[in-house]
Design a protein around this ligand. Structure first.
Ligand code: GDP
Ligand code: MG
Length: 597
């Protein structure tokens, strides 16, 4: 295809502003999919993505559109993840295209992720077409939102397209705007092959599928390609495009997007952002550097039933095939036995993986306290990158501890501002900025990542009745008074409940944890002390009183069915418990004990 007839673009939006609905509408209008095959949210392919309405992996679809000028254009739409955890995925897929549709819900206005995403588009030098969605809603105020886009983002919104992705009003104008306002890609057909590896995933039938954007040259079946970062050589087996199902074609030329398969065994062999060229007569100039995404949140995953360890190992291996940003290594815990220490891009990523392990593979899991990576500087001058509080060295050996910090941007209606500021303050935040976007406040805070990973987002939603929006980026490490707090159940330390806390918060935190555990751990036939301790010093304590009698005694031995029911119920409850010394702790205790409200 001629370069002048190609447009590559992404859609950026805050969550729920209508990105997926618009993508569906564009697919429908260009008859890429027959009406009878149209189901909602075509591009969100994984079940969990569909259920939660989120996109995790980049997806593309190739549309053919005959414009008002009578010419037929090829439009490549790349759908990018919308959640903060996947910001890195967004930034690199943006580099594969030349323009963006900036979708803003005209009844809501600009939100935190609108800003974060549009800044990424600007960084990638995109031409941006603002699109005001949901104009069918009575609450829509397109004129006000237009002004907001100009004031807050600083781009011209005078020719923003007003649409309803739901009813279809205005959507044809979006297609025209893509053709007339976004630039065509540049590239040289006769130059050596240079293609960007945008994403990759494992397909049960085809093996590893690689999403590519060709910059220069031509990619064909039978080519022997080279991955410039890893040096890997592979013969190309298939080349194709997404419509949105995979459709083989003969070649991908400059400016085009599509996929290749090349008997690549693992997703790990494909580095996102890498440059693909040919083995012979290839380019020697790779695309500008990229950094691989790094896990920032770690936790232990252990099977509730230790007999399921092998199943867990298999399931984790299968999931890693498809997700190079998820890391895992074997871990042994005195209390929990064999399991895995896993790394994630953020809490949502953690939840998605845990859900999949439980639902798709049927494994009941104990999830230990999520932890960030601490930098522990020892007195002997060495530094330990610690992502499990259980590994904290003895205090006498430690010189100082540094923790990762983030810059958080929160947009919130004025009436909830006080509560949001209090929440940030409670989480050891330092206010950096406070400005107004219409009637909403935009607050910028420097916060410890560890205070955010657990339940910050839930708390923020609840104190703002769902109106606050939030985005963050990592800004570096800083020293603070951080100590390891242990929890002892019946005098035995339970490693899975160890956390790093700020010294000033330790007592309060310890008290809450002990109180929660008292509620969460059932009574036993003996008294169970629960203690929180720093070093050898106990800072909080609760006691679970002993159960006086056999529970079945209440049934007076008479009613046999009632007695059996009670025993069955106990057994079912037991299935999800783990034995710690003489005490049984239910599965949900591990996560719930850590919540701070
Ligand atoms: P995404 O998170 O940006 O992908 O947003 P979705 O496309 O999933 O849309 C979020 C919600 O808004 C869904 O319930 C859609 O049905 C709804 N929605 C999307 N576009 C419109 C629109 O133009 N008008 C109205 N009334 N609702 C819309
Ligand atoms: Mg969506």
């Amino acid at each position: 295809t001629e370069l002048a007839k190609i447009r590559n673009f992404s859609i950026v939006a805050h969550i729920d502003h209508g990105k997926s609905t618009l993508a569906d509408r564009l697919i429908q209008l260009t008859s890429t999919v027959a009406d009878r095959d149209m189901k909602e949210q075509l591009l969100d392919s994984m079940d969990i993505e569909r259920e939660r309405g989120i996109t995790i992996k980049a997806n593309t679809v190739r549309l053919e559109y005959t414009a008002k000028d009578g010419e037929t254009y090829i439009l490549n739409l790349i759908d990018t993840p919308g959640h903060v955890d996947f910001a890195y995925e967004v930034s690199r897929s943006m580099r594969a295209v030349e323009g963006s549709l900036l979708v803003v819900d005209a009844s809501q206005g600009v939100e935190a992720q609108t800003l974060a995403n549009v800044y990424q588009a600007m960084e990638a030098d995109h031409e941006i077409v603002p699109v005001l969605n949901k104009v069918d809603l009575p609450a829509a105020e397109p004129a006000r939102v237009r002004e907001q886009i100009e004031d807050v983002i600083g781009i011209d919104a005078s020719d923003a397209v007003e649409i309803s992705a739901k009813t279809g009003i205005g959507v044809p104008d979006v297609l025209e705007a893509i053709v007339t306002r976004l630039p065509a890609p540049k590239g040289e057909r006769d130059a050596p092959l240079k293609a960007m590896l945008v994403d990759s995933w494992y397909d049960a039938y085809l093996g590893v599928v690689v999403l590519v954007r060709v910059i220069d040259g031509v990619l064909k079946k039978g080519d022997k390609i080279k991955m410039m970062a890893t040096g890997g050589l592979y013969p190309v087996e298939r080349v194709g495009v997404f419509r949105p199902g995979m459709q083989p074609i003969n070649e991908l030329g400059p400016g085009e997007m599509g996929f290749l398969t090349a008997s690549i065994k693992q997703v790990r062999d494909t580095r996102v952002g890498d440059t693909i060229t040919t083995e012979k007569k290839g380019t020697d100039k790779p695309l500008p550097g990229f950094k691989p995404s790094q896990p920032v949140v770690f936790c232990g995953l252990f099977p509730v039933d230790s007999a399921e360890f092998e199943d867990l190992r298999d399931a984790i291996e299968k999931l890693s095939l498809n997700d190079a940003s998820f890391s895992s290594e074997m871990e042994t815990s005195a209390a929990l036995g064999f399991g895995f220490r896993c790394g994630f891009l953020g809490l949502l990523h953690l939840e998605v993986i845990r859900d999949r392990l439980e639902r798709e593979y049927g494994i009941d899991l104990i999830t230990t306290a999520p932890s960030v990576i601490y930098h522990v500087y020892l007195r002997d001058g060495t530094m330990l990158e610690m992502h499990n509080p259980a590994d904290m060295p003895d205090v006498v050996k430690v010189d100082r501890v540094e923790e990762p910090r983030i810059k958080a941007t929160i947009l919130v209606p004025d009436e909830f501002l006080g509560d949001v500021l209090k929440l940030c303050q409670d989480r050891r935040g330092m206010q950096l900025d406070l400005t107004y976007v219409g009637t909403r406040a935009m607050v910028v805070y420097d916060l410890p990542l560890s205070e955010v990973v657990f339940d910050f987002y839930d708390r923020l939603k609840s104190v703002s009745k769902g109106y606050a929006s939030f985005d963050y980026e990592m800004i570096g490490y800083a020293e603070d008074q951080l100590v390891k707090m242990q929890v002892l159940v019946n005098e035995e330390p339970v490693d899975a409940l160890s956390i790093m806390v700020h010294r000033s918060r330790a007592e309060a935190r310890g008290r809450v944890m002990c109180e929660k555990l008292k509620e969460l751990i059932p009574q036993h036939l003996f008294k169970i002390p629960i203690q929180a301790a720093i070093g050898g010093r106990v800072i909080a304590r609760e006691t679970i009183s002993a159960l006086r009698k056999d529970v079945t005694a209440k049934c007076y031995g008479g009613d046999a069915t009632r007695k059996r029911k009670l025993l069955d119920k106990q057994k079912a409850g037991k299935k999800k418990m783990r034995q710690f010394g003489r005490v049984e702790i239910p599965q949900e205790a591990f996560i719930n004990a850590l919540k701070m409200d």
